[in-house]
Design a protein around this ligand. Sequence first.
Ligand code: SF4
Ligand code: SF4
Length: 390
Amino acid sequence: MTDAHDIAGNIKSKARELGFDDCRICSATPPEAREREAFQRWLDTGMNGTMSWFERSKDARADITTRYPWAKSIVVVRKDYAASRPELPTASIGERTARYALAHDYHESLRAPLQALQDAVLALAPTSEAKALWYVDTGPLLEHSYSQRSGIGWTGKHTLSLHQEHGSYFFLAEVVTSLELPPDTPATNHCGTCTRCIDACPTRAIIEPYVIDARRCISYLTIEHKGSIAPELRDQLSGYIFGCDICQEVCPWNVKREERDGPRPPAESQRAPNIEALILDDVLKLPDDKLDSLLDGTPLARTGAVRLKRNTLLVAGAEKDTTCFEGVAMCIEHDEALVREAAAWALGGYGGTERAIEARKQLASHQRIESEPDVREAISEALARLAAKA
Ligand code: SF4
Ligand code: SF4
């Protein structure tokens, strides 16, 4: 009969063979009480925003055995993604998205290797009764807790998993299994007295070490949040139209990795050249169905054309970006009120520039036909802002 150490070794070899950058194992016992309590406090204070799936799966996240009583071990894998950007124009999508978005959707690209790893776990099991189930990102697990426990990486003050040698630009995925496997050594925390991520966050979303208020986080606002973005946060998106990497960019462990290993741009096979070089004006001018078909298969499909336009309008307005003024002006006629409201806000941002007269003309002309109260209000506010800067 094969020993559990041999099975664990074979699982790790298989994970490497399948292209994962690391594979470690921990027990499936619940996260520590302090982690579970912190998670519950996060939910109780509404910091998950509209990400209701955290609430729905909170029992399993607090203890995976409440959902899978058979779970004994968790195989945790790390898959590195691009830590540097390819050379692209500054107004391109590729320059305005989080790095992980510069590739095919990882939920899709990791599906086959994770399924193969799950199959391998079952094939290596000494009995046919064994169970295994893979997850990436969306699983009902406090995955950073298992990442730390398995030694893949510790949870940084920005709440992401990171490693002294490999930094934090990586995806985590797990295979939950009924096999009792020998655990690896947990990772130790090396944040020390550093507060760079907290200090650099433009929206003050890291409200204290290890706690993010998602409702203020650019990643949440630009990707998950479906409604209008709060006015006080609109000019703090820091140029991002999808996701945000600021807290990772400033992290000394990412800086050291790059100094040591050099840039790590996206693999050619993973790139989505159709979208990464699109400029902001294209995003605003393309019909939604055309834009949606370009986004298909990339992480940006989660946001979709309408919300990507909302985000782009807010960034264009905050930057008074004249290169996409035409696109901004076009969006005041968009079918979706969410886009028209953002377009009105963006047009109001051109106050003090030579585009202000044109912005005022567009807003005044649309004001006569706008029926949505929120958009009418946004138009009035934008006209007032333009008048104040005239
Ligand atoms: S992703 Fe951006 S907004 Fe969110 S916590 Fe990090 S720096 Fe702040
Ligand atoms: S920036 Fe500093 S505090 Fe934040 S995760 Fe990195 S090491 Fe930890």
